[in-house]
Design a protein around this ligand. Structure first.
Ligand SMILES: [Zn+2]
Length: 390
């Protein structure tokens, strides 16, 4: 808060505090000043915490509206909204909206503040109509477009969210293309559910036009090819994920595995995973290669591979799988018993462990959400790295 605003708030607070004190003293004719708050701090507290809507209303009605006082009205209104007293903020801003004497250069700001009050109150329809009026405003157009994107996102009106998101991006500054790509993916997912694969594909191309590194769009494109039985094309598309964001390679492995089974290309699949492993460590890729060795050359080869890999990178999931393969090939009863005990330990360590985490707010879970359920950010939930994760 700058010095001027602080000063302004103080003047406002003193003024309204005096009105409170005056009206209270009139109401309590026998009590006198002893019943009033004893110091200014208490008065300010009373003013902003306990004022009734009637008193706020009469105060803002009584305060003249002109170029000098409109800033004061706006400050009072935004103070109430920030304090969570949205109804009082709406009263202040609605009063300004109804006054023809509000100087023209303030009218957009008044409307914008009222729209924000409506947002805070959850009155999305009212907020929407005001932000729509402001979308061409020189000072509030860009901000209003951003709020419109938020409104349509909450209402899952993805086409409108994209339309106003594109208009927002036309301004310099913050770019929300990565978020718009997710909106296109939301539409594509609905189209896939309805078996409209042609239209879904177009929406996914639109998503990749917004954000070339949109892993979600690539995965959905590959899934459409797989639904249609085009496994070779799906493999080509799935291999692009590594370059888009290597942290999502773990999401690709089950799909690539399915394709390799359909195409009978086990070795090609394994060679691709080994190529990734040579560049970066990943528990999922390690397990993918081990399982492939097991299918192709037997458990002993899978054990050799896992043992060697675990020396290079510690992985709880890798150790757990190693125990599985060793137990399957163990010959003595005591070996099986010992391995069963160790398996119990790794299982209890892995049980309920989150696999994904939001980089924005830290929300963790076992399911990949493209929009974080906690902070609502798009594309911030990632596979967890480290000994217990990827
Ligand atoms: Zn989050």
């Amino acid at each position: 808060m700058d010095t001027f605003t602080q000063w302004l708030m103080l003047v406002v607070a003193i003024g309204v505090g005096w009105v409170l004190g005056y009206s209270a003293s009139k109401k309590t004719s026998t009590g006198g000043d002893s019943e009033l708050p004893s110091n200014l701090k208490d008065r300010l507290k009373v003013l902003f915490e306990t004022y009734s809507e009637e008193v706020i209303d009469s105060f803002v009605q009584s305060l003249e509206v002109n170029a000098d006082t409109v800033g004061m009205h706006l400050s009072i209104g935004s103070h109430f909204r920030k304090s969570g007293e949205v109804e009082k903020a709406i009263l202040v801003h609605q009063n300004l909206m109804s006054r023809p004497e509000v100087p023209k250069n303030f009218s957009d700001e008044v409307m914008f503040e009222l729209a924000r009050d409506y947002m805070a109150a959850g009155l999305l329809d009212r907020a929407e109509s005001l932000f729509l009026k402001l979308k061409e405003s020189k000072l509030f157009g860009q901000k209003s477009l951003r709020w419109l994107v938020d409104i349509y996102q909450q209402e899952r009106e993805w086409n409108k969210a994209i339309e106003y998101g594109v208009a927002f991006n036309a301004y310099k500054g913050v770019d929300i293309s990565a978020m718009l790509a997710h909106f296109s993916c939301e539409i594509a997912q609905t189209l896939i559910d309805q078996h409209h694969y042609w239209d879904a594909r177009n929406k996914l191309r639109e998503a990749l036009g917004f954000d070339r590194s949109c892993v979600r769009a690539t995965l959905l494109l590959a899934k459409i090819h797989m639904i249609e039985g085009h496994y070779s094309e799906a493999v080509v598309i799935l291999r692009k994920v590594e370059g888009q964001n290597y942290r999502f390679v773990s999401e690709v492995i089950p799909l690539l595995f399915e394709c390799s089974q359909k195409l009978n290309t086990e070795r090609k699949f394994r060679r691709y995973l080994e190529g990734i492993l040579a560049k970066q460590s990943s528990s999922s890729v390690m397990l993918g290669v081990a399982d492939s060795f097991n299918r192709d050359q037997g458990a002993a080869k899978a054990v050799d591979f896992l043992a060697e890999s675990l020396l290079k990178k510690s992985s709880l999931r890798g150790l757990d799988r190693l125990i599985d393969y060793q137990r399957a090939s163990a010959e003595s009863d005591s070996d099986i018993r010992h391995l069963t005990i160790v398996k119990q330990v790794t299982q209890s360590l892995l049980e309920g462990k989150p696999v994904y985490q939001c980089e924005g707010c830290g929300f963790a879970g076992e399911v990949l959400h493209w929009q974080c359920p906690s902070c609502k950010a798009w594309g911030t939930v990632m596979p967890i790295q480290g000994v217990e994760g990827e």
